[in-house]
Design a protein around this ligand. Structure first.
Ligand SMILES: Cc1cc2nc3c(=O)[nH]c(=O)nc-3n(C[C@H](O)[C@H](O)[C@H](O)COP(=O)(O)O)c2cc1C
Length: 367
């Protein structure tokens, strides 16, 4: 099954199948998962978010030892937004009971907010990888040009047509269009709790269509995609590939916590919500006790809230309590299938073919 090429480069040069395994910071998208996906003909991704540049590089070297297929590395853009110290202090006080319950101190909110961006870029420039993607913002034109010079393709996550335009103007090679269905953080360039909502929070198909009519860049579609039939739908709508996180999170190769994997299809967690409770930035996770209790008043303070709750989340996982963990998941989580990653890629590809065949024969929705 071939990619449809659009714009300045064909994603098909990187991998035969239009299936991208989403970068998942926090441990899920480890070298073993990325290698299995890339070997199966998809595009595996490492997540550099929350890691030191050295730890990121160790993962790159480990992945290179597992496969010589192309792969990507995802980095977080530095966050320059001002944070309301009073709101942060109020949240710290609200979480005092959690700290007592888990017998763990709350984290240091003065920790750095640039996620070691410059250090990571320096390593990626010095020893280039096939693809670098960015979330939580748009890199400068200088950065995109520097990567282009060393043969690295750049992808920027976007959640609105305006962000897609910014990525195009910066010289990115492609955009990853992330619908509101997506698991984990929304990659919105600027987290503005007072935004007027213009085209923010769009479902994937509407957003994808708007972005396609706004920029000429190739599009990778993300958010709630769990079956090949859904991938066929976004390809038909103009995407060049689909990026799946939740679907790969439950694979045996994924480094996600076993409690996180189990929760995906546990009837105790029937739905997801966007919340700032764990990190201070909107992210979609399974609705559990922590999210229900603290989501309603968590401040817009990323990454300060991430640092504040880090110890609590670890303590909850250690004590086997999914009600205190950040159970990031997309809206399609109940469709998760626990298959080895290469089986999952093969199954998705065969489902795309079946869906296309069904459309051609006119039997699609009625069968
Ligand atoms: C556990 C988890 C962690 C994630 N971490 C990242 C990340 O580090 N960087 C990033 O760009 N996207 C991250 N995402 C978002 C994915 O790139 C993608 O947009 C999302 O998984 C797509 O929705 P789906 O989970 O419904 O497939 C994460 C998603 C999940 C589920």
């Amino acid at each position: 099954m071939a990619f449809e090429s659009r714009g300045v480069f064909a994603l098909a040069d990187l991998c035969p199948h239009p299936v991208v395994q989403a970068p998942m910071a926090g441990g899920a998208s480890c070298p073993e998962l990325a290698a299995a996906v890339s070997r199966a003909g998809g595009l595996g991704f490492l997540a550099a978010g929350y890691k030191t540049p050295e730890a990121m590089y160790r993962e790159i070297q480990r992945l290179r030892g597992l496969t010589d297929r192309p792969f990507g590395v995802n980095v977080f853009m530095p966050q320059g937004q001002g944070v309301d110290p009073a709101a942060l202090e109020a949240y710290r006080e609200q979480l005092a009971g959690e700290a007592a319950w888990y017998d763990t101190p709350l984290g240091d909110t003065d920790a750095s907010s640039d996620d070691a961006y410059d250090g990571k870029l320096a390593i990626l420039a010095n020893d280039p990888v096939p693809v670098v993607s960015f979330t939580f913002g748009c890199p400068t034109r200088t950065v995109c040009e520097a990567f282009a010079k060393v043969g690295t393709r750049t992808i920027v996550t976007v959640t609105s047509p305006a962000e897609a335009l910014a990525a195009e103007r910066a010289g990115a090679d492609a955009v990853c269009v992330q619908g509101i269905e997506a698991g984990g953080h929304q990659g919105t360039h600027r987290d503005d709790p007072h935004a007027d909502g213009t085209s923010a929070g769009l479902g994937l198909l509407s957003l994808l269509t708007e972005v396609r009519e706004t920029v000429r860049l190739p599009i990778i579609a993300a958010g709630g995609l769990m079956r090949g039939s859904q991938i066929a739908a976004v390809l038909a709508a103009g995407a060049s590939a689909a990026q799946l996180g939740t679907a790969f999170l439950v694979c045996p190769e994924s480094g996600a916590d076993p409690l996180h994997k189990q929760a995906m299809t546990d009837p105790m967690f029937p739905r997801t919500e966007l919340t700032r409770a764990f990190s201070g930035r909107p992210a979609r996770g399974l609705v559990n006790r922590f999210l229900r209790e603290h989501g309603p008043y968590a401040p817009a303070a990323y990454p300060q809230v991430h640092h504040l709750t880090a110890g609590l989340r670890k303590a909850a996982a250690r004590s086997g309590d999914p009600q205190g963990m950040a159970l990031w998941a997309g809206q399609g989580h109940r469709l998760a299938r626990e298959l080895p990653a290469h089986h999952l890629v093969e199954l998705l590809v065969s489902e795309v073919e079946a869906a296309r065949q069904a459309v051609r024969s006119g039997s699609g929705a009625l069968s």
